[in-house]
Design a protein around this ligand. Structure first.
Ligand code: FAD
Ligand code: SF4
Length: 521
């Protein structure tokens, strides 16, 4: 065997750089399902099932393209081993002259494979991942000499470099780079009227086999598979893209921050997992959104708002990840050491917003950005949960979770544990933010306007407590100064009562204790 091409579960692209120069007569592909990837963080069943189903479909696509695939199914590789052990066995058996790998999306996996190849004495060539617009080297060039990284500047650079949403003179269409003021509405009282549900993909025989397997082998992992309808092939992912462009992109920008009871998808694309598994090329997604605007089917603000998420945020967080690893995962700028509340694994909690966001995350493997940032993330931050524990929960639960994108978003953006690399200030707010952006509070027994007393919204209590606990640090941040100044409007007795109530919430596992005669769950 000349070359053995290593294909990981999030590298399901027939045209990946590792295949450049592939010769069906002399080369082969290696893929392995290993339990360790689902247990090193306690992955939810939807996430495990999506990865395994998409991998098995990809195996069939590789074979249909005439490529020899050496594939270990989960039950062959057993419940114990990891990718490195499997690779060591494959090298001994197949004796390739060289291993070729497109750079992985997880520092830990990359290191393990490099070490395994070294120990086996087999040369390993790691190639750039051209799925992304920017290489790691491009991002390093962008970052060089900058005191402070900002997504907005990187995004503008990317728009110019790749000719996205530019007019004939090379300037941004519509005369501005950013249409945020037109975006970010709440759904107000009306709810998502006329919203068309996203296209579903009925499980085929391969997916049904995987669902049985996951229910059997990972029976004690969270989540359910009876609603599993994710795209698992490139063909399906393209159908999902067209469905989004036709039915939901128009209002994406306007309602991207809105939340609504029992409405998991709203106007979101559900495409992150397909892109992160490399079933779908981001250029195709960005191109489809731009075309929809050029043909007059969606407003510029919607197309730009959506494109910014992919060409801007998605590329930017990857740059931050590779620039900051391996130390990034250890950061804890606010010195938070609390435990992750048990209810993150059940959704069993009286706060309606948390209950909705967590149940949906566990059951579907999905929550949209604002649920992740301003409900589950915000609560963990203000409660003072250890950032690494929060990171492990996000990595476990979401179908689109791969470390390069999950870690900077969780540890950096949502927990401010990197001290300001990802976000220029901690995203903190009282329950009034959630009240403005959703209908959750209308059905909740707490009151976002109150910080103390039995009806106090725990977000509001913890917000004022957070500002007090970190007052010195936050006052030095010009973007937080106004928020911190508001502390002065509260009387010392009110501040003390807030501190006491926050302490009681922490002592009670993250839930306000129920006093005598008060309603419980
Ligand atoms: P849409 O709302 O339709 O957005 C379109 C696309 O833009 C997404 O598919 C995604 O590819 C991209 N995108 C949007 N926001 C971001 C962002 N902040 N960073 C990177 N890409 C972005 N995204 C992941 O893909 N995997 C993760 O593990 C992940 N973890 C997150 C953890 C936290 C705490 C937060 C706040 C955000 C996280 N995100 C993650 C970003 C974002 O929440 C998801 O990409 C999005 O919710 C996926 O749903 P969607 O495909 O319907 O996205
Ligand atoms: Fe969440 Fe507070 Fe609103 Fe209840 S009142 S839904 S806890 S923000």
């Amino acid at each position: 065997l000349r070359h053995l091409i290593l294909v990981l579960g999030d590298q399901l692209d027939l045209a990946a750089s590792a295949f450049d120069g592939f010769d069906c007569a002399q080369d082969a592909v290696w893929m392995a399902e290993v339990a360790e990837e689902s247990t090193h963080v306690w992955s939810g069943r939807p996430r495990i099932a999506l990865f395994l189903s998409a991998m098995r479909h990809h195996r069939e696509a590789l074979r249909a393209a005439g490529r020899t695939v050496h594939y270990r199914e989960l039950e062959e590789s057993g419940k114990g081993g990891g990718l490195a052990e499997e690779l060591t066995r494959a090298i001994a058996r197949l004796k390739p002259q060289r291993l070729i790998l497109t750079e992985p999306g997880d520092w830990r996996v990359g290191e393990a494979l490099v070490q395994a190849a070294k120990a086996a004495g087999c040369p390993l060539e790691v190639r750039d991942d051209r799925h992304f617009y920017a290489t790691r080297a491009d991002f390093a060039t962008h970052a060089r000499g900058r005191k402070q990284l900002r997504m907005e500047y990187f995004y503008r650079e990317m728009r110019r470099k790749h000719g996205v949403l530019l007019d004939a003179a090379g300037e941004p269409e519509g005369g501005q780079w950013n249409f945020d003021p037109e975006n970010r509405g709440s759904l107000l009282a009306g709810g998502p009227a006329g919203l068309k549900a996203p296209v579903k993909f009925e499980p085929d025989a391969i997916t049904r086999g995987v669902i049985d397997l996951v229910n059997r082998v990972f029976a004690d992992h969270p989540g359910k598979l009876d609603q599993f309808d994710w795209p698992v092939t490139t063909v399906e992912a393209r159908v999902a893209l067209q469905d989004f462009i036709a039915h939901r992109l128009e209002k994406f920008g306007q309602y991207q921050d809105a939340m609504w009871t029992e409405e998991a998808w709203l106007y979101h694309s559900r495409l992150a997992a397909a892109m992160n598994l490399k079933l779908l090329d981001p250029r195709e997604v960005v191109g489809a959104a731009e075309q929809a605007w050029r043909k007059g089917r969606v407003p510029l603000a919607a197309a730009e708002g959506f494109i910014r998420q992919i060409l801007g945020w998605r590329e930017y967080v990857r740059g931050v990840y590779w620039r900051s690893m391996p130390g990034y995962v250890e950061l804890n700028a606010l010195e938070a050491h609390g435990a992750l509340p048990q209810f993150y694994w059940t959704g069993d909690v009286p706060m309606v917003c948390l209950s909705q966001a967590i149940r949906q995350s566990l059951e579907l493997g999905y929550a949209h950005h604002i649920q992740r940032l301003m409900v589950t993330g915000l609560y963990g931050l203000m409660l003072g949960v250890e950032p690494r524990k929060v990171h492990e929960w996000y990595l476990a639960v979401y179908v689109d979770a791969v470390e390069w994108v999950e870690l900077p978003n969780t540890l950096g953006m949502s927990q401010y544990a990197d001290g300001g690399i990802m976000a220029s200030k901690p995203y903190v707010a009282t329950g009034k933010y959630i009240q403005r952006m959703s209908n959750y509070c209308a059905g909740c027994r707490f009151d976002p306007a109150k910080a103390t007393g039995p009806e106090a919204c725990p977000f509001t209590t913890l917000y004022w407590d957070f500002l007090q606990r970190h007052e010195k640090r936050l006052a030095a941040n010009p973007r937080m100064a106004l928020q911190v100044k508001n502390l002065a409007r509260l009387k010392p007795a009110e501040l003390a009562a807030i501190r006491q109530q926050a302490g009681a919430i922490r002592a009670n596992g993250g839930v306000p204790p129920v006093g005598p005669g008060e309603p419980g769950l």
